[in-house]
Design a protein around this ligand. Structure first.
Ligand code: H79
Length: 446
């Protein structure tokens, strides 16, 4: 009997491993990931009661910067008085973003929809007195923007959730498994609510690190979401049961190996609205970071933090508009492209058309001299500047007629054709890109 049990457990484990591998096999999810791969830019929105005082979302009470009851007092100030969901969606559209990810519930447990599982939602416990998600997702869909739902697995407010403050837990799961079972019912119920009400195109989980895949019942949750909507995309924060990786704030230096990844990043230092934080990144910085992510095969999920009345801070509005104007001029080199050629061929980020017969070169700075491409075996048919269509001339230097080593391509880029932020050169090749990556010299065939 015991042996049977052990065997059974072993088979279960094998099954769940096989399931995990199957679920995350890139070949199997390639099709549903295509819009995400093409989208490049998403807008992240952190909106919650933390914007009333302008303090850290959830972490402020967890880390005891504010007492929990005082944190919850903010419920009384969440008015959404000037909330205009269509204007939000239109601004996101204007930025060029193709998806938006909205906090449906942060670690503080305050739901932004009308939840039947808890009174702790903005409809029942704040002066906003309404579900603020339904009109926003409707507006996004009117603008053909994909709908993402940020959903915190952690719920530090729930009495059946073990963790609470950084140095005090409510209970130990091993001692009180029945409490954890109650929490699972609650969290799975809320997830199901978000699923049926909004049918998200993308789920952005957060906080998985507090429990294991088994404890979260991650395979079961994945199955529930993908059964309801086989095309829904799940971010990588579900203890191994997600579809793509999510580096946060920190930029990868070398190209990540994952098939799909997305850098989430704030415009100043914080996710939610915090008036004392004026450390705004400049449009140039945001655009160079965006370009670098795309050139490395990733997306940028850029965060905004609206105020409690629903106003988006003017610095963020300005950023999204500048980004949008830049995308209007240069989006051809960004959207629907693939990551570029390896580093070393050009001193800057690059992308390519899907058939790799067009290269897009992003100038890392304004230049008064020519830029150079190394190791390009193709013939160049034309070089144009995105945004103004100027044709550029180039010169091939150092090509030896009988050698397989290509020459260096020098491209003149007059100052008056350059973009105010990042200039993009469209290089049309005779056929799919072919790179020389050898050591130079006579005797090499490669
Ligand atoms: O919603 C925003 C943040 O509130 C949330 N994610 C973004 C999108 C977030 N904040 N911090 N983190 C996610 C990562 C936190 C990591 C830590 Fe830890 C938690 C550091 C210490 C405790 C995980 C667990 C890493 C080390 C231990």
């Amino acid at each position: 009997m015991k042996r049977l049990l052990v065997l059974g457990a072993f088979a279960m484990q094998l099954m769940s491993t096989a399931e995990a591998q199957q679920k995350t096999n890139p070949e199997d999810i390639k099709e549903k990931m295509q819009w995400f791969a093409d989208a490049k830019l998403g807008i992240f929105i952190h909106w919650g009661i933390y914007s009333v005082n302008g303090i850290d979302e959830s972490w402020s009470f967890h880390n005891k910067k504010i007492a929990y009851p005082d944190y919850m007092q903010q419920l009384k100030g969440f008015t959404a008085n000037n909330y205009n969901p269509q204007a939000w969606a239109d601004l996101i559209k204007e930025s060029g973003a193709r998806y938006a990810v909205m906090t449906t519930k942060h670690h503080d447990g305050v739901a932004l929809w009308d939840s039947k599982y808890s009174k702790l939602d903005v409809a029942n416990s704040t002066p906003a007195k309404r579900d603020v998600l339904t009109p926003f997702y409707a507006a996004l869909r009117r603008d053909s923007i994909k709908c993402g739902a940020y959903f915190s697995l952690i719920d530090w407010s729930h009495n059946d959730y073990p963790q609470f403050l950084k140095d005090s837990n409510r209970y130990d799961i091993k001692v009180h498994p029945e409490k954890w079972q109650r929490f699972l019912k609650f969290y799975e119920g809320q997830m199901e609510e978000v699923m049926t009400k909004f049918n998200p195109d993308l789920w952005w989980f957060d906080g998985d690190w507090e429990h294991s895949a088994e404890e979260w019942e991650a395979p079961k949750m994945r199955k529930m979401l993908t059964t309801h909507n086989p095309n829904t995309i799940i971010n990588g924060r579900l203890q191994g049961y997600g579809d793509y990786e999510t580096p946060e704030q920190n930029f990868p230096v070398s190209r990540p190996k994952y098939h799909w990844w997305e850098l989430c990043m704030t415009i100043n230092n914080n996710w939610g609205w915090q008036p004392q934080d004026t450390n705004w990144k400049t449009p140039f910085e945001i655009i160079t970071i965006f370009v670098d992510a795309v050139a490395n095969g990733g997306n940028l999920l850029l965060d905004i933090g609206p105020k409690a009345d629903g106003t988006i801070p003017e610095e963020e509005v300005h950023m999204l508009k500048e980004l949008g104007a830049w995308n209007q001029r240069n989006g051809e080199g960004i959207f629907n492209t693939i990551g570029g050629i390896p580093q070393g061929h050009f001193y800057g980020p690059t992308t390519m058309s899907k058939d790799s017969s067009t290269l897009y070169l992003f100038l890392p700075a304004r230049t008064s001299g020519p830029v150079m491409v190394k190791g390009l075996s193709n013939k160049i048919e034309s070089i144009t500047v995105l945004g103004n269509g100027s044709q550029l001339t180039h010169k091939v230097v150092g090509k030896i007629s009988w050698s397989p080593v290509p020459g260096l391509v020098y491209i003149d880029v007059p100052e008056n054709v350059q973009d105010k932020y990042v200039t993009v050169l469209k290089v049309k090749l005779d056929k799919a890109v072919k790179l020389y990556r050898g050591q130079g010299g006579f005797l090499t065939n490669d």
